[in-house]
Each structure stands twice: as C-alpha cells, then as structure tokens.
Design a protein around this ligand. Structure first.
Ligand code: BGC
Length: 742
C-alpha cells in the first residue's frame, strides 16, 4: 500500500512536471511573442478568429474563452479614465468606484512644452487605466490644429507636427509602461467635427507628410504605440478605417506598424474594404451604418457574420482574418497576457500632484500690462471673481472625453482656498449659458438661473468698481459647439455675450484679468483694454489650485502656446481663402488648399499688421530671460553630418522661472516653396534668479528636409539655412547661418 502511494506520488510528480515544463507555446511567456502568436492562431477555429475582430459591447471585444485568451477592454481617453457604461448603452452603469483623476486636456499638456510632463502624464493615466482593468487607453489625440473652429482641438496637441510628436511619444511610453496599450487617434485628417462622418479630404502628399502625419509616425516608430484608431472621415474616397493608402501603404507598409488598428466608434462602412484595407478591430457600428442601431447588434457588424460568410465561402481567403488576429493576439500578449505588468493605481494624491503640475506648467500668461499679475496679496482687500467658468464643472461635457472626476477644484474654489484668508473673495456670475442636454448632466448640478443677462452684468459691474482686482473666468465650456465632439464652433467669438461683459468690467476696473477656459483660440476685441489675459485651458481635477498658484505668483507661468491665436477668423489660412471647399467642404468634399501653410507657417508670411494677436510659442513669465548668441559647431555640413547649436539663456529677473528655448530652421532658398521657418527643437529650462544655462540642440538632415511629392521622399536640399533661436515664433533672439553641402 505504502509502495503504491509512492508510485502514484511519483507518477503525479512526473505528470505535473511535464505540465510545468511544457505549457502550450502561446501560454509560455518565455517564448518569443511571434511564436506564441502563431501557436495561438493555429489552435483557433474560423468562428473564434472572426469573433476577435469586432466588439461585443460598447467598449469591449471578446477573447477566446476556450483557450484562456482574455477580452480586450477599451476606455476613453485621452485625459482621464471614462466611467463605466452599461453593456450596450451610452448611459452610465452607476458604479460607485469609477470616479477618476481628471488630468488637464492635451492642449494644456502641449502648452507645457515639456516631454517629461508628457511621460508623467502617460504613466499616471496608464496606472489609472490598468487599475480599472482596461488594456487599451483611447489616446493620445494628435490631429493638427488647422482651424480654431474644430470642436475637438482641446483633445489634441496644437498646430505643429514637431511639438505634437515630441509630446505624444513620451505620453505613449508612459501609458504602455503600465502594460496598457495607448491608441493614438484619429488616423488621419480628422481635423474638424463638422461632417466628420462623410467629409472626403483632398490634400497634397506634401501637406500630408509634412503636417498631418508626423505625429502619427512618431507615435508608431518612436513611441512604438500598440494600437491606433482610424478616423471617421474619408480620404481618397475611402473611409479612413478601411483605407488602402493610409492603413496598408503608409501605416503598415512605410512605417512597419505591427499593432492593432481599431475603428472609431461607428466609422466602419463596408465589409470588403474592412477586410482588405487594414482594419483589425471594429467598434461602435450602427446597424444602418450611420444613424440607427438595434440592441446588441454585434453580429451585424461588418467584420462579424458577413465577414465570416465570405471567409467560409472562400470569397475572402483565411489569410486575411489571420493577419488581423495576429495583430490582436500581439496586443493581448503585450497587455492582458503579460504577467509582469504592474497592478496600477487609481485617483490617488500622487496622480493629483501630476495633474496639478501639468496644469501649472501649461497655463499661459498671454498679456500682462503694467505687471498687473501676479496679484499683490499684501496690497489687496477685495477680489471680485466673475464668470460662469469660475464655477462650472469642466471635466464634464465635450463628448467622449467627458469624465466622472473624483473631484474638481473650480477656479473660484481654488482662489478662495489660496486668497480667502488675506482678502475677501466675492463672486458674481456675470453671464449664463444654457444647461447642456440631460445625457451630459447626470453627474453635475444645473447652473440654470432666472436672472436676465442685463441683471447679471449690472451686478458684476457694480461689484467690479469696488474690487482691487477683477478676475473674469470665461471662455468656451464644452457645451455643444463650444469645444465639443460632434460639431464645430459656429463662430470665432466668445459665446453668451461675454465680450460685452468684459468690456464693461474693464471700463470700471483697470486691474481686470481675463482667464480663458478653452481649448481653442477666440476673438479678443477687448485685448488692449484689459490688464492681463491668461489661457487657462481645461485643467481637470486640480484646475482651480493651479490657476490660483499662477495668478498669485506661487508658480511662475511657463506655458507657451501650442497654436497661433489670431485676431480674426480670416487670419487663419483655412478661412483666409473664404472658400467653403477649404473649410468645411462642399458636398462632403474638402480641399486643403492651405496646404503646408498651417498656423505660424501661414501667419509668418503675412504683413506685419496681420500678424497674430498671440503667436505660436508665446507665453510670458514673471521674470525675464536674456539669450546669448547662437553658436554652431560648424558652418558647413553634409546630409550625413549633424550640427550642434549652443545658446545660453539667463534669468535676469528676480524670480525663479522656466523658459522654453525654441529652435526654428529656415531654408533660405529652395526649389519648392517652404515655410519661413519651422520648429525643429525646444528645451524647457528652469533657472534661479541670475542663473544662466547653456542649451544644446543637435540638428541633422531630418531637420532640414521637405517632402517632395514627385520623388515621394524627404529631401534635404543643399544650400544656405539659418537657425533661429527664440522665446516664441515671433520673438527671435539670435540667428546663425550654415550651409548644407551636396
Ligand atoms: C470618438 C473617439 C472615442 C470613441 C469612443 C468616438 O466618438 O471619436 O475619440 O474614443 O468615440 O468613445
């Protein structure tokens, strides 16, 4: 008997030994990923493969339970983890543990001009996503700021492809360090919300490669992003989620992308195109393609039953679905099947700290007449805060990026917390906007008021007369057409008659500070009549604290504009031509006649009196910086060389502060028309009073090249170039020339 037990024990050991020694290859994380992918693929039925390619709920897609392959769970993105929704509805699921940390919107991140902030942002967001068991974070958004009317500019990183690239890469690396895939979006040319489902964009290859693609390419090749979202619009007549040129030729072919292409929600329209043109994973489709859906229609998706039938009949070869499944399996191995990924963490103080620092570094001081800011706390008795945006929750609204935030410190709360014990902080509403629709309102109190616009204005003006400072907090507000997905702004002006109110306040109080909460530029007809203007962005949970810190000087502002702020809408190239074909399109056809001349690339070419109100890269500080001469390590280079540029920058004021040293390259003569200058480097340096630092940049042929449509290649054309070092696109402090030799 005892012997028998020994024998059985040995047998068991032997058997379990075998099991431990040889799990199936796809479950063995010591094996190379590609072998695991092939092994898993070889075990799957056709039905299982097709099931992987489309959603099963609003935000999840199935795995293969039989093989222990997990589901994928997506979450918006891009500046906080969206609350849980019902399985097949857009209504909230009503969880009590899904209130997230709200980080500043991406325009604010871009305005930090600080890649380290982008890394911390991505890491904190990745930790939140991971904790909430999401393996794909739907962000960052890197569409280019082509028009200030675009309703989603606040979710993107401005007008310059270089700046957006430099910030997207660390954001992605941060998210993915948590074992969560970033999903860079919306690929590509989704630069407006108006007609976004239909508009067919035409543009030169040069504009495509120089302006609209670089941030995506950087995300893929340098950020090694694991997923990408196709956009709603069309390009070359095909919807971008199944677009031969964008997905097969460029993304996979030229850039070597090996991750998953995810559709935008409801952006797929055709089974054959979806099968052949690069899409892997279909989400959010509506039964009739555009407007309408029945419940749980997942079997009716383009990559569902119809796809399976075509595969079964042999009309589509199995290799087509295999390609998609390989990409999806790779995503699983990188995320859910990675046993070593960290556990993540959610809405904690550390994440609040990250959110606050980004907000503090991103807020831009646009104007500061007579040094009206910082608020001189020792000299004041009474501060009047005016404006709805001082009390309105801004983490809610705007479309899919709307958040259920753990907390949100409003500007009024932030100012009261900081100033309340040294001065009286009085509040007047000043103006009112209508409440957004009920679907947006579920987590926020109504701000409805019965008082008329005149009453609100009169009250604010009366109080303004007696205040030491008037802090007006207005701007846009994420209501429909006011920085919101699904529609563009209808006007460049501030809504709700805010201009009239600002003029009236400025007339009675010279120390009027205008804080704009927005993700877009607005008309500022009152600019020369107010003391200070601050771009306050949508700053998330810590908005009020960050704003108060900047206004009082606890934090010295160091944000710089990631896009040009023009005086009039017509000063933007997409509007200058006064041609509906250029924006918003005619009969769903839109031609980017503005070509590569977007943002400062356009305003640089305008006469002095049509230059921007506040240019790209602009942002003031409470201290001053002096730049030395730009010094090059050589006067000549070839395309194989690199060129070092050194410049010193000194804090010549009495406060510590950070400066963003910007490097632009100017091609003095070229066979193709080129922008007067283009951003090719920047460095943010923190300096104590009196301290100076040398900043170094390295340029190579990529910094000098343009994209030649005819050759379909980047060309660094020999000739004379100039390096421009500046504190903004218009504030160039030093120049140095060099020659590119053949
Ligand atoms: C948006 C995407 C978003 C998706 C899921 C779409 O309407 O365009 O950016 O990630 O919805 O909410």
């Amino acid at each position: 008997m005892k012997n028998m037990r020994h024998v059985l024990g040995a047998l068991l050991l032997w058997l379990t030994g075998i099991a431990v020694a040889a799990p199936p290859v796809y479950l063995d994380d010591t094996q190379p990923v590609e072998e695991r992918v092939e092994d898993a693929l070889s075990r799957m039925t056709l039905e299982e493969k097709v099931a992987l390619c489309h959603a099963q709920s609003k935000f999840s897609s199935p795995g293969v339970p039989r093989l222990g392959l997990p589901e994928n769970w997506m979450t918006d993105g891009p500046h906080g983890i969206r609350s849980e929704l019902l399985w097949d509805e857009w209504s909230p699921a009503g969880w009590t543990n899904d209130s997230c940390m709200a980080f500043p919107a991406l325009t604010c991140l871009a305005a930090t001009w600080n890649p380290d902030m982008a890394l911390r942002y991505g890491r904190a967001l990745g930790e939140e996503a991971r904790y909430r068991n999401k393996n794909v974070l739907l962000g960052p958004g890197v569409n280019i700021y082509r028009t200030p009317l675009n309703g989603r500019n606040f979710e993107y990183m401005g007008e310059d492809p270089y700046l957006a690239s430099e910030l997207a890469v660390p954001y992605i690396q941060g998210v993915q360090s948590c074992g969560v895939a970033a999903c860079v979006k919306h690929f590509a040319l989704n630069n407006q919300e108006k007609d976004r489902h239909y508009v067919d964009v035409e543009l030169s290859d040069r504009a495509l490669y120089e302006i609209y693609l670089p941030a995506f390419q950087a995300a893929v090749q340098r950020g090694k992003v694991w997923s990408i979202m196709g956009s709603f619009n069309r390009y070359q007549g095909q919807h971008c989620c199944h677009n031969q040129r964008l997905l097969n030729d460029i993304l996979r072919g030229e850039w070597g992308f090996d991750g998953v292409v995810i559709s935008d929600w409801g952006a797929v329209h055709n089974t054959l195109e979806a099968a052949y043109n690069g899409l892997d994973l279909e989400f959010g489709s509506l039964t009739d393609g555009m407007e309408f859906s029945v419940d749980n229609a997942y079997d009716d998706y383009y990559l569902s039953r119809r796809f399976l039938e075509l595969l079964k009949s042999g009309s589509i070869p199995e290799s087509v679905v295999d390609g998609k499944v390989r990409n999806i399996l790779r995503l699983m191995f990188r995320t859910t099947m990675n046993r070593n990924r960290p556990y993540g963490s959610f809405k904690n103080r550390a994440h609040g700290e990250v959110a606050r620092q980004i907000a503090e570094e991103g807020i831009v001081l646009l104007q500061n007449r007579d040094n009206v800011l910082p608020i001189q706390l020792e000299k004041i008795r009474k501060i009047l805060v005016v404006g709805e945006n001082a009390i309105k929750m801004m983490t809610v609204g705007g479309g899919s990026s709307s958040l259920k935030a753990w907390y949100e410190v409003s500007p009024l709360e932030g100012l009261r917390a900081r100033i309340g014990d040294v001065a009286e902080v009085v509040y007047a509403r000043g103006y009112a906007s209508p409440d957004p629709p009920k679907s947006v309102m579920y987590t926020i109190p109504s701000l409805q008021t019965d008082r008329s616009a005149d009453e609100l204005l009169a009250e604010a003006v009366a109080l303004a007369r007696e205040a030491d400072y008037v802090i007006f907090v207005g701007g846009l507000n994420k209501n429909g057409h006011q920085d919101c997905e699904g529609g563009d702004r209808k006007s460049y002006s501030l809504p709700y008659d805010q201009d009239r109110l600002i003029e009236a306040l400025a007339e009675v109080n010279p120390r009027t500070v205008v804080v704009l909460v927005s993700g877009n530029s607005v008309a500022m007809p009152w600019a020369d009549r107010v003391g200070a203007i601050v771009e306050g962005w949508y700053c998330g949970s810590e908005a009020g604290h960050a704003l108060a810190a900047v206004l009082t000087g606890d934090v010295n502002p160091s944000g710089k504009l990631p896009f040009t702020m023009c005086e009039r809408l017509e000063d933007y190239h997409a509007h200058a031509l006064n041609d509906s074909l250029v924006y918003p399109g005619v009969n769903h056809r839109e031609v980017y006649k503005d070509d590569i001349f977007v943002g400062y690339r356009w305003s640089d070419k305008q006469k002095k009196d049509r230059r921007p109100l506040f240019c790209f890269g602009h942002g003031l500080s409470y201290t001053t910086f002096e730049y030395g001469k730009a010094v090059l390590d050589r006067k000549q280079m070839t395309a194989a060389d690199s060129l070092r540029v050194r410049v010193s920058v000194k804090n010549t004021g009495s406060r510590a502060g950070a400066e963003v040293v910007q490097l632009y390259v100017s091609d003095l003569k070229s066979s193709l028309p080129r922008p007067i200058k283009e951003l090719k480097g920047f460095r943010k340096v923190m300096l104590q009073p009196g301290e100076s630092r040398e900043v170094e940049f390295v340029l190579d042929r990529t910094s000098l090249s343009y994209f030649d449509d005819a050759k379909h290649a980047w060309v660094a054309e020999p000739g004379r170039f100039e390096v421009l070092i500046g504190a903004s696109a218009e504030d160039i402090r030093s120049r140095a020339g060099f020659e590119l030799k053949p």
